[in-house]
Design a protein around this ligand. Structure first.
Ligand SMILES: [Mn+2]
Length: 277
């Protein structure tokens, strides 16, 4: 179930992500409903539920996001959320965690988002993982943060204390992710190098290319039960390339939902039948 979340009231810098859902849809229309390798995504009974109408009050907006995600997961459907700034992930994970108590979080982002508060705001998009850590039933051992390259010493300590797995941008080439339980995948477009995704509020140089990230996503060995792509800012994306890239990344994640799980890319098939999940 595709759902736009036009919210950017938690952006700390250069807001505009509230405008992303229609822009991502517009650019997605130029892509075939197939993955790069030709998997037919029409095999997924997908529904686009439009954009969630949201009030300006943040507490009410978060409550509505949580309720919307709860409705989708209750039907065992996969919410595909188009943000919005990254703060929308907090109510979405809360709802998913209620339905999947053993939920893991795979968080792709240049930033660790582990500030206890940012400029006095506990629900800034810079505090998302910190708030998720506080959710009942969620522990740091179930959180993997990938592509990080903006880790301050206090955030590093917070990650270590919570036993979060941090995979910095410079270790991405060797990264493999396999998880047997349900996974919430949160993709901040700023995980990409700004050369590939310039249209975001808080870019950080030194990230992976679109090619490297696509390969990483295609290599996931897990069951994604909910996903979001956040922080695309159409005000900073005049050519639409960031929105288009977001759409492309989503199609490859959807490919992991329809394909039988095979060997890691570049590795020989496992005679035991591959990873058991
Ligand atoms: Mn970020």
């Amino acid at each position: 179930m595709l759902l736009g979340i036009p919210y950017d009231g938690s952006s700390s810098f250069r807001p505009g992500a509230r405008l992303a859902p229609p822009r991502i849809r517009e650019m997605a229309a130029s892509l075939n409903a197939c993955t790069e390798a030709g998997q037919d995504l029409a095999a997924i009974p997908a529904v686009d539920d439009g954009d969630l109408p949201l009030p300006t009050d943040r507490e009410q907006a978060f409550a509505q996001i949580e309720a919307a995600v709860e409705r989708i997961v209750a039907e065992e459907a996969v919410p595909i959320l188009l943000g919005g700034d990254h703060a929308v992930t907090v109510p979405a994970v809360r709802a998913a965690l209620r339905h999947y108590p053993d939920l893991s979080l795979l968080y792709l982002d240049a930033h660790p988002d582990l500030y206890p508060h940012f400029a006095g705001d506990r629900f800034s998009h810079a505090c998302v993982v910190r708030r998720i850590l506080e959710l009942p039933g969620m522990g740091g051992q179930r959180i993997t943060q990938v592509g990080v390259r903006a880790l301050t010493p206090p955030q590093r300590r917070a990650a270590e204390e919570a036993a979060i797995r941090i995979v910095p941008a410079w270790e991405l080439a060797a990264f493999r992710y396999a998880e047997t339980g349900p996974v919430y995948l949160s993709l901040d477009i700023d995980v990409l190098d700004p050369a590939y995704a310039p249209g975001c509020g808080n870019p950080v140089p030194g990230g992976p290319s679109t090619r490297q990230l696509l390969t990483l996503l295609q290599g996931l060995r897990c069951r994604v039960v909910a996903l979001d792509v956040v922080e695309v800012n159409p005000l900073l994306d005049p050519a639409g390339v960031t929105a288009l890239t977001a759409a492309r990344l989503v199609t490859e994640i959807l490919g992991t939902l329809v394909s039988p799980l095979g060997p890691w890319p570049g590795e020989a098939p496992d005679s035991s039948g591959g990873p058991s999940i």
